[in-house]
Design a binder for this molecule. Structure first.
Ligand SMILES: Nc1nc2c(ncn2[C@@H]2O[C@H](COP(=O)(O)OP(=O)(O)O)[C@@H](O)[C@H]2O)c(=O)[nH]1
Ligand SMILES: [Mg+2]
Length: 433
Protein backbone atom coordinates (compact mmCIF):
# COMPACT_ATOMS: atom_id res chain seq x y z
CA UNK A 1 0.00 0.00 0.00
CA UNK A 2 1.24 3.46 -0.80
CA UNK A 3 1.84 5.92 2.01
CA UNK A 4 -0.81 8.45 0.87
CA UNK A 5 -3.41 5.68 0.80
CA UNK A 6 -2.50 4.61 4.36
CA UNK A 7 -2.76 8.24 5.49
CA UNK A 8 -6.22 8.60 3.91
CA UNK A 9 -7.35 5.38 5.63
CA UNK A 10 -6.05 6.52 9.06
CA UNK A 11 -7.85 9.88 8.72
CA UNK A 12 -11.07 8.08 7.73
CA UNK A 13 -10.88 5.77 10.79
CA UNK A 14 -10.27 8.77 13.09
CA UNK A 15 -13.27 10.62 11.65
CA UNK A 16 -15.52 7.55 12.05
CA UNK A 17 -14.35 7.04 15.66
CA UNK A 18 -15.02 10.71 16.45
CA UNK A 19 -18.61 10.51 15.28
CA UNK A 20 -19.28 7.21 17.07
CA UNK A 21 -17.90 8.14 20.55
CA UNK A 22 -17.92 11.96 20.47
CA UNK A 23 -21.64 12.13 19.72
CA UNK A 24 -22.60 10.02 22.79
CA UNK A 25 -21.60 12.59 25.38
CA UNK A 26 -23.99 15.35 24.38
CA UNK A 27 -26.81 12.81 24.53
CA UNK A 28 -25.97 11.77 28.12
CA UNK A 29 -25.86 15.30 29.49
CA UNK A 30 -29.45 16.29 28.89
CA UNK A 31 -30.56 12.98 30.41
CA UNK A 32 -28.71 13.86 33.61
CA UNK A 33 -30.19 17.34 33.65
CA UNK A 34 -33.63 15.86 33.40
CA UNK A 35 -32.91 13.71 36.42
CA UNK A 36 -31.82 16.77 38.35
CA UNK A 37 -34.80 18.74 37.22
CA UNK A 38 -37.34 16.22 38.42
CA UNK A 39 -37.12 16.86 42.19
CA UNK A 40 -36.87 20.59 41.64
CA UNK A 41 -40.12 20.59 39.76
CA UNK A 42 -41.74 18.45 42.40
CA UNK A 43 -40.60 20.82 45.13
CA UNK A 44 -42.12 23.76 43.28
CA UNK A 45 -45.45 21.97 43.22
CA UNK A 46 -45.19 21.06 46.94
CA UNK A 47 -47.52 22.40 49.63
CA UNK A 48 -46.99 26.14 49.90
CA UNK A 49 -48.32 26.19 53.46
CA UNK A 50 -45.62 23.80 54.52
CA UNK A 51 -43.02 26.04 52.92
CA UNK A 52 -44.49 29.03 54.69
CA UNK A 53 -44.27 27.17 57.97
CA UNK A 54 -40.69 26.12 57.34
CA UNK A 55 -39.83 29.74 56.66
CA UNK A 56 -41.60 30.80 59.88
CA UNK A 57 -39.70 28.16 61.79
CA UNK A 58 -36.42 29.40 60.37
CA UNK A 59 -37.28 33.01 61.25
CA UNK A 60 -38.19 32.04 64.80
CA UNK A 61 -35.06 29.97 65.27
CA UNK A 62 -32.95 32.86 63.98
CA UNK A 63 -34.72 35.31 66.28
CA UNK A 64 -34.04 33.04 69.21
CA UNK A 65 -30.35 32.83 68.44
CA UNK A 66 -30.16 36.61 68.13
CA UNK A 67 -31.94 37.07 71.43
CA UNK A 68 -29.55 34.78 73.21
CA UNK A 69 -26.44 36.36 71.79
CA UNK A 70 -27.51 40.02 71.77
CA UNK A 71 -27.63 40.79 75.48
CA UNK A 72 -24.25 39.20 76.11
CA UNK A 73 -22.57 41.27 73.47
CA UNK A 74 -24.20 44.48 74.65
CA UNK A 75 -23.81 44.08 78.39
CA UNK A 76 -21.93 41.08 79.64
CA UNK A 77 -23.00 41.63 83.22
CA UNK A 78 -26.65 41.10 82.37
CA UNK A 79 -28.36 37.96 81.18
CA UNK A 80 -30.85 39.64 78.90
CA UNK A 81 -32.46 43.03 78.56
CA UNK A 82 -35.33 43.54 80.92
CA UNK A 83 -38.39 45.18 79.45
CA UNK A 84 -37.49 48.56 80.86
CA UNK A 85 -34.36 50.03 82.36
CA UNK A 86 -36.05 50.74 85.67
CA UNK A 87 -39.19 48.67 85.36
CA UNK A 88 -40.02 47.72 88.87
CA UNK A 89 -42.24 50.18 90.59
CA UNK A 90 -40.37 51.67 93.50
CA UNK A 91 -43.51 50.97 95.46
CA UNK A 92 -44.79 47.45 95.46
CA UNK A 93 -48.14 46.80 93.89
CA UNK A 94 -50.97 47.91 96.08
CA UNK A 95 -53.35 45.02 96.17
CA UNK A 96 -56.93 46.16 96.62
CA UNK A 97 -57.32 43.41 99.12
CA UNK A 98 -54.10 43.09 101.04
CA UNK A 99 -52.99 39.85 102.49
CA UNK A 100 -55.68 37.75 104.02
CA UNK A 101 -55.72 37.54 107.78
CA UNK A 102 -52.66 35.55 108.69
CA UNK A 103 -54.52 33.13 110.93
CA UNK A 104 -53.61 29.62 109.99
CA UNK A 105 -56.55 27.90 108.33
CA UNK A 106 -54.95 24.48 108.21
CA UNK A 107 -52.45 22.60 110.28
CA UNK A 108 -48.89 23.43 109.21
CA UNK A 109 -47.28 20.75 107.10
CA UNK A 110 -45.21 18.32 109.12
CA UNK A 111 -41.89 19.36 107.72
CA UNK A 112 -39.60 17.39 109.96
CA UNK A 113 -41.62 14.19 110.03
CA UNK A 114 -41.95 14.09 106.25
CA UNK A 115 -38.93 15.61 104.54
CA UNK A 116 -40.72 16.27 101.25
CA UNK A 117 -44.06 18.01 101.60
CA UNK A 118 -45.58 20.17 98.93
CA UNK A 119 -47.12 23.34 100.29
CA UNK A 120 -50.84 23.11 99.54
CA UNK A 121 -52.49 25.77 97.45
CA UNK A 122 -54.88 28.06 99.24
CA UNK A 123 -57.29 27.62 96.36
CA UNK A 124 -56.81 24.16 94.94
CA UNK A 125 -58.45 23.45 91.64
CA UNK A 126 -59.29 27.08 90.98
CA UNK A 127 -59.76 26.58 87.26
CA UNK A 128 -62.28 29.42 87.12
CA UNK A 129 -59.79 31.86 88.67
CA UNK A 130 -57.16 30.71 86.23
CA UNK A 131 -59.58 31.16 83.34
CA UNK A 132 -60.18 34.76 84.40
CA UNK A 133 -56.45 35.38 84.70
CA UNK A 134 -55.94 34.00 81.21
CA UNK A 135 -58.68 36.23 79.74
CA UNK A 136 -56.33 37.79 77.18
CA UNK A 137 -55.15 34.42 75.91
CA UNK A 138 -58.74 33.23 75.81
CA UNK A 139 -59.99 36.31 73.94
CA UNK A 140 -60.70 36.47 70.21
CA UNK A 141 -57.15 37.64 69.40
CA UNK A 142 -55.54 35.28 71.88
CA UNK A 143 -54.07 31.83 71.68
CA UNK A 144 -57.33 30.05 72.47
CA UNK A 145 -59.57 32.42 70.51
CA UNK A 146 -57.57 31.99 67.31
CA UNK A 147 -57.52 28.21 67.64
CA UNK A 148 -61.25 28.12 68.32
CA UNK A 149 -61.96 30.34 65.28
CA UNK A 150 -60.21 27.82 63.05
CA UNK A 151 -62.76 25.11 63.62
CA UNK A 152 -65.95 27.10 63.86
CA UNK A 153 -68.32 25.53 61.39
CA UNK A 154 -65.79 22.95 60.22
CA UNK A 155 -66.78 19.33 60.15
CA UNK A 156 -63.43 17.79 59.30
CA UNK A 157 -59.83 18.41 60.05
CA UNK A 158 -57.51 18.15 57.06
CA UNK A 159 -53.83 18.76 56.44
CA UNK A 160 -54.42 22.40 55.46
CA UNK A 161 -56.23 23.09 58.74
CA UNK A 162 -53.46 21.40 60.65
CA UNK A 163 -51.05 23.79 58.92
CA UNK A 164 -53.16 26.71 60.14
CA UNK A 165 -53.19 25.29 63.67
CA UNK A 166 -49.39 25.12 63.51
CA UNK A 167 -49.26 28.74 62.43
CA UNK A 168 -51.40 29.86 65.39
CA UNK A 169 -49.23 27.86 67.79
CA UNK A 170 -46.06 29.43 66.41
CA UNK A 171 -47.56 32.93 66.50
CA UNK A 172 -48.60 32.35 70.12
CA UNK A 173 -45.00 31.77 71.24
CA UNK A 174 -45.52 28.06 71.72
CA UNK A 175 -42.17 27.73 69.97
CA UNK A 176 -40.97 25.54 67.12
CA UNK A 177 -40.13 22.47 69.17
CA UNK A 178 -43.32 22.35 71.24
CA UNK A 179 -45.43 23.10 68.14
CA UNK A 180 -43.89 20.14 66.40
CA UNK A 181 -44.39 17.93 69.43
CA UNK A 182 -48.00 19.07 69.77
CA UNK A 183 -48.98 18.49 66.18
CA UNK A 184 -46.92 15.36 65.46
CA UNK A 185 -49.51 13.06 67.02
CA UNK A 186 -52.37 14.82 65.25
CA UNK A 187 -50.52 14.61 61.92
CA UNK A 188 -49.85 10.94 62.51
CA UNK A 189 -53.50 10.22 63.27
CA UNK A 190 -54.56 12.27 60.25
CA UNK A 191 -52.33 10.27 57.93
CA UNK A 192 -53.97 7.11 59.20
CA UNK A 193 -57.40 8.68 58.67
CA UNK A 194 -58.12 8.29 62.35
CA UNK A 195 -59.32 11.80 62.97
CA UNK A 196 -62.42 12.96 61.23
CA UNK A 197 -63.97 14.57 64.26
CA UNK A 198 -62.58 18.01 65.28
CA UNK A 199 -63.43 17.33 68.93
CA UNK A 200 -61.01 14.42 68.86
CA UNK A 201 -58.30 16.58 67.31
CA UNK A 202 -58.62 19.07 70.14
CA UNK A 203 -58.59 16.30 72.70
CA UNK A 204 -55.38 14.97 71.14
CA UNK A 205 -53.87 18.47 71.30
CA UNK A 206 -54.94 18.85 74.93
CA UNK A 207 -53.47 15.48 75.84
CA UNK A 208 -50.16 16.43 74.21
CA UNK A 209 -50.16 19.80 75.99
CA UNK A 210 -50.72 18.04 79.33
CA UNK A 211 -47.88 15.68 78.53
CA UNK A 212 -45.48 18.53 77.72
CA UNK A 213 -46.48 20.34 80.92
CA UNK A 214 -46.17 17.25 83.07
CA UNK A 215 -42.55 18.13 83.90
CA UNK A 216 -43.89 18.90 87.35
CA UNK A 217 -45.43 21.76 89.26
CA UNK A 218 -47.25 22.52 92.43
CA UNK A 219 -45.62 25.04 94.74
CA UNK A 220 -42.44 25.21 96.74
CA UNK A 221 -41.20 21.86 98.04
CA UNK A 222 -40.43 22.02 101.76
CA UNK A 223 -37.36 19.90 102.29
CA UNK A 224 -35.43 21.45 105.16
CA UNK A 225 -35.89 23.64 108.18
CA UNK A 226 -35.56 26.25 107.02
CA UNK A 227 -36.18 25.46 103.38
CA UNK A 228 -34.13 28.10 101.58
CA UNK A 229 -35.73 29.38 98.37
CA UNK A 230 -33.69 31.65 96.14
CA UNK A 231 -35.53 33.73 93.57
CA UNK A 232 -33.58 34.67 90.45
CA UNK A 233 -34.47 36.47 87.23
CA UNK A 234 -33.94 39.69 85.32
CA UNK A 235 -35.06 43.06 86.62
CA UNK A 236 -38.80 43.57 86.49
CA UNK A 237 -39.64 39.89 86.02
CA UNK A 238 -41.61 39.89 89.29
CA UNK A 239 -39.22 38.33 91.84
CA UNK A 240 -40.03 40.61 94.76
CA UNK A 241 -43.76 40.57 94.08
CA UNK A 242 -43.72 36.78 93.81
CA UNK A 243 -41.87 36.52 97.13
CA UNK A 244 -44.62 38.66 98.68
CA UNK A 245 -47.29 36.43 97.13
CA UNK A 246 -45.62 33.15 98.20
CA UNK A 247 -45.08 34.54 101.70
CA UNK A 248 -48.77 35.48 101.85
CA UNK A 249 -49.80 32.00 100.77
CA UNK A 250 -47.47 30.06 103.07
CA UNK A 251 -48.06 32.31 106.05
CA UNK A 252 -51.81 31.97 105.54
CA UNK A 253 -51.41 28.21 105.68
CA UNK A 254 -49.52 28.38 108.95
CA UNK A 255 -46.04 27.87 107.52
CA UNK A 256 -43.58 30.28 109.14
CA UNK A 257 -41.70 32.49 106.67
CA UNK A 258 -38.74 34.87 106.72
CA UNK A 259 -37.57 37.11 103.87
CA UNK A 260 -34.01 38.09 102.90
CA UNK A 261 -33.40 41.35 101.02
CA UNK A 262 -30.67 40.10 98.70
CA UNK A 263 -31.29 42.75 96.04
CA UNK A 264 -28.93 45.29 97.55
CA UNK A 265 -28.46 47.03 94.21
CA UNK A 266 -31.42 49.37 94.61
CA UNK A 267 -32.53 50.79 97.96
CA UNK A 268 -36.08 50.76 96.58
CA UNK A 269 -35.91 46.98 96.20
CA UNK A 270 -35.23 46.54 99.92
CA UNK A 271 -38.05 48.96 100.77
CA UNK A 272 -40.40 47.05 98.45
CA UNK A 273 -39.64 43.78 100.23
CA UNK A 274 -40.11 45.47 103.61
CA UNK A 275 -43.59 46.64 102.59
CA UNK A 276 -44.48 43.04 101.75
CA UNK A 277 -42.93 41.86 105.03
CA UNK A 278 -45.11 44.28 107.00
CA UNK A 279 -48.22 43.43 105.03
CA UNK A 280 -47.81 39.69 105.53
CA UNK A 281 -46.45 40.04 109.05
CA UNK A 282 -43.08 38.32 108.56
CA UNK A 283 -39.51 39.36 109.37
CA UNK A 284 -37.26 40.82 106.66
CA UNK A 285 -33.50 40.43 107.04
CA UNK A 286 -31.54 43.20 105.32
CA UNK A 287 -28.01 44.54 105.28
CA UNK A 288 -26.62 48.04 105.23
CA UNK A 289 -26.95 50.05 102.00
CA UNK A 290 -24.93 48.41 99.26
CA UNK A 291 -24.17 45.38 101.43
CA UNK A 292 -22.79 42.20 99.87
CA UNK A 293 -25.87 40.15 98.93
CA UNK A 294 -24.05 36.91 99.74
CA UNK A 295 -23.40 38.16 103.27
CA UNK A 296 -27.03 39.27 103.70
CA UNK A 297 -28.23 35.84 102.54
CA UNK A 298 -25.82 34.03 104.91
CA UNK A 299 -26.99 36.20 107.79
CA UNK A 300 -30.63 35.52 106.92
CA UNK A 301 -30.13 31.73 106.82
CA UNK A 302 -28.43 31.83 110.21
CA UNK A 303 -31.30 33.87 111.65
CA UNK A 304 -33.97 31.67 110.07
CA UNK A 305 -32.27 28.58 111.48
CA UNK A 306 -32.04 30.06 114.96
CA UNK A 307 -35.68 31.18 114.86
CA UNK A 308 -36.87 27.76 113.67
CA UNK A 309 -38.52 29.26 110.60
CA UNK A 310 -39.94 26.88 107.97
CA UNK A 311 -39.19 28.80 104.79
CA UNK A 312 -36.67 31.53 103.96
CA UNK A 313 -37.34 33.36 100.71
CA UNK A 314 -34.22 35.08 99.34
CA UNK A 315 -34.69 38.02 96.96
CA UNK A 316 -31.87 38.79 94.50
CA UNK A 317 -30.95 41.50 92.02
CA UNK A 318 -31.74 41.26 88.33
CA UNK A 319 -28.83 43.45 87.31
CA UNK A 320 -25.76 44.92 88.95
CA UNK A 321 -24.17 48.33 89.24
CA UNK A 322 -20.69 46.98 88.69
CA UNK A 323 -19.48 45.17 85.63
CA UNK A 324 -19.33 41.97 87.63
CA UNK A 325 -21.32 39.15 86.18
CA UNK A 326 -24.84 38.64 87.49
CA UNK A 327 -24.60 34.87 87.18
CA UNK A 328 -21.34 34.83 89.18
CA UNK A 329 -22.96 36.98 91.86
CA UNK A 330 -25.98 34.66 92.06
CA UNK A 331 -23.71 31.63 92.30
CA UNK A 332 -21.87 33.36 95.14
CA UNK A 333 -25.15 33.84 97.02
CA UNK A 334 -25.96 30.17 96.48
CA UNK A 335 -22.56 29.09 97.84
CA UNK A 336 -22.91 31.43 100.78
CA UNK A 337 -26.25 29.97 101.91
CA UNK A 338 -24.74 26.52 101.35
CA UNK A 339 -22.12 27.37 103.96
CA UNK A 340 -24.85 28.11 106.50
CA UNK A 341 -26.88 24.99 105.63
CA UNK A 342 -25.22 22.32 103.54
CA UNK A 343 -28.26 21.40 101.46
CA UNK A 344 -29.24 25.03 100.76
CA UNK A 345 -30.52 26.54 98.59
CA UNK A 346 -33.19 23.85 98.48
CA UNK A 347 -35.00 25.61 95.69
CA UNK A 348 -33.76 28.06 93.06
CA UNK A 349 -36.78 29.47 91.28
CA UNK A 350 -36.35 31.36 88.03
CA UNK A 351 -38.95 34.10 87.64
CA UNK A 352 -39.89 34.81 84.02
CA UNK A 353 -42.12 37.52 82.60
CA UNK A 354 -44.54 35.83 80.17
CA UNK A 355 -45.03 39.08 78.25
CA UNK A 356 -41.40 38.82 77.12
CA UNK A 357 -42.36 35.89 74.88
CA UNK A 358 -39.50 34.10 73.20
CA UNK A 359 -37.06 36.44 74.96
CA UNK A 360 -38.12 34.92 78.30
CA UNK A 361 -37.13 31.56 76.89
CA UNK A 362 -33.73 32.87 75.83
CA UNK A 363 -33.20 34.27 79.34
CA UNK A 364 -34.23 30.98 80.88
CA UNK A 365 -31.64 29.09 78.85
CA UNK A 366 -28.90 31.40 80.06
CA UNK A 367 -29.91 31.00 83.70
CA UNK A 368 -30.21 27.25 83.31
CA UNK A 369 -26.71 27.05 81.89
CA UNK A 370 -25.31 29.01 84.83
CA UNK A 371 -27.07 27.33 87.75
CA UNK A 372 -29.26 24.46 88.85
CA UNK A 373 -32.86 25.60 88.61
CA UNK A 374 -35.45 23.64 90.56
CA UNK A 375 -38.49 25.51 89.31
CA UNK A 376 -39.98 28.25 87.17
CA UNK A 377 -42.42 30.98 88.12
CA UNK A 378 -44.12 32.43 85.05
CA UNK A 379 -45.52 35.88 85.89
CA UNK A 380 -47.83 38.31 84.07
CA UNK A 381 -49.75 35.65 82.17
CA UNK A 382 -52.69 38.02 82.68
CA UNK A 383 -50.87 40.57 80.52
CA UNK A 384 -50.34 38.46 77.42
CA UNK A 385 -52.53 36.87 74.77
CA UNK A 386 -49.83 34.26 74.23
CA UNK A 387 -50.50 31.93 77.13
CA UNK A 388 -48.96 29.16 75.03
CA UNK A 389 -45.46 30.39 75.96
CA UNK A 390 -45.64 28.07 78.97
CA UNK A 391 -45.54 25.08 76.60
CA UNK A 392 -42.32 26.31 75.01
CA UNK A 393 -40.77 26.87 78.43
CA UNK A 394 -41.73 23.47 79.81
CA UNK A 395 -40.75 21.67 76.62
CA UNK A 396 -37.39 23.33 76.10
CA UNK A 397 -36.23 23.54 79.72
CA UNK A 398 -37.77 20.50 81.32
CA UNK A 399 -37.85 22.39 84.63
CA UNK A 400 -41.07 22.17 86.71
CA UNK A 401 -43.33 25.21 86.63
CA UNK A 402 -44.04 25.89 90.30
CA UNK A 403 -46.33 28.92 90.09
CA UNK A 404 -48.00 31.17 87.55
CA UNK A 405 -48.67 34.85 88.20
CA UNK A 406 -52.03 36.08 86.97
CA UNK A 407 -52.13 39.60 88.40
CA UNK A 408 -50.56 42.01 90.83
CA UNK A 409 -52.59 41.16 93.91
CA UNK A 410 -51.32 38.96 96.71
CA UNK A 411 -53.72 36.16 95.81
CA UNK A 412 -53.02 36.27 92.07
CA UNK A 413 -50.38 33.56 92.33
CA UNK A 414 -51.52 30.05 91.39
CA UNK A 415 -49.71 26.87 92.14
CA UNK A 416 -49.19 25.31 88.78
CA UNK A 417 -51.04 22.21 87.71
CA UNK A 418 -50.80 20.97 84.11
CA UNK A 419 -54.37 19.64 84.18
CA UNK A 420 -55.79 22.88 85.52
CA UNK A 421 -53.84 25.04 83.15
CA UNK A 422 -54.79 23.04 80.07
CA UNK A 423 -58.41 22.96 81.24
CA UNK A 424 -58.44 26.72 81.83
CA UNK A 425 -56.73 27.60 78.55
CA UNK A 426 -57.89 24.94 76.10
CA UNK A 427 -60.69 23.13 77.91
CA UNK A 428 -63.50 24.57 75.78
CA UNK A 429 -61.85 23.87 72.42
CA UNK A 430 -64.13 21.84 70.23
CA UNK A 431 -66.82 21.72 72.88
CA UNK A 432 -68.80 24.74 71.73
CA UNK A 433 -69.74 23.27 68.39
N1 LIG B 1 -50.00 41.99 85.85
C1 LIG B 1 -49.07 41.40 86.59
N2 LIG B 1 -48.07 42.13 87.10
C2 LIG B 1 -47.13 41.53 87.84
C3 LIG B 1 -47.15 40.14 88.09
N3 LIG B 1 -46.06 39.83 88.85
C4 LIG B 1 -45.40 40.98 89.05
N4 LIG B 1 -46.02 42.02 88.45
C5 LIG B 1 -45.62 43.43 88.41
O1 LIG B 1 -44.36 43.53 87.75
C6 LIG B 1 -43.63 44.65 88.24
C7 LIG B 1 -42.22 44.22 88.59
O2 LIG B 1 -42.26 43.30 89.69
P1 LIG B 1 -41.09 43.16 90.74
O3 LIG B 1 -41.53 42.15 91.71
O4 LIG B 1 -40.68 44.47 91.28
O5 LIG B 1 -39.92 42.59 89.80
P2 LIG B 1 -38.40 42.23 90.21
O6 LIG B 1 -37.56 43.34 89.67
O7 LIG B 1 -38.11 40.96 89.50
O8 LIG B 1 -38.34 42.10 91.68
C8 LIG B 1 -44.42 45.16 89.42
O9 LIG B 1 -45.15 46.31 89.00
C9 LIG B 1 -45.36 44.03 89.76
O10 LIG B 1 -46.55 44.48 90.35
C10 LIG B 1 -48.23 39.37 87.52
O11 LIG B 1 -48.34 38.13 87.64
N5 LIG B 1 -49.15 40.05 86.77
MG1 LIG C 1 -37.15 43.08 93.01
Amino acid sequence: MSTPLILVLVVAVVVVLYFVFGSKKPQELPAKEEADEAPRLKKKDGPTLQEKLDQRREELSKAKVEEVTKPEAAEPAEPAPAKAEEPAKTEPAKPEEPAQAPEPTAAPPAIEAKPTVVARPTKPGDVEGMRKGLAKSRGADGFFGRLAALVTGKKEIDAALLGEIEEVLLASDVGVKATETLTARVRDALSKNELSDPARVWETLRAEARRILSVGGGGVVLSGKPTVVMMVGVNGAGKTTTIGKIATKLHGEGTSVMLAAGDTFRAAAVAQLEVWGKRVGVEVVKGKDGADPAAVAFDAVTKAKAAGVDVLLVDTAGRLHTKSNLMDELKKIGKSVGKAIESAPHETLLVLDATNGQNALAQAKQFKEAMTLTGIVLTKLDGTAKGGIILAIADELGVPVRYVGLGERADDLHEFSADEYVEALLGDLGKQG
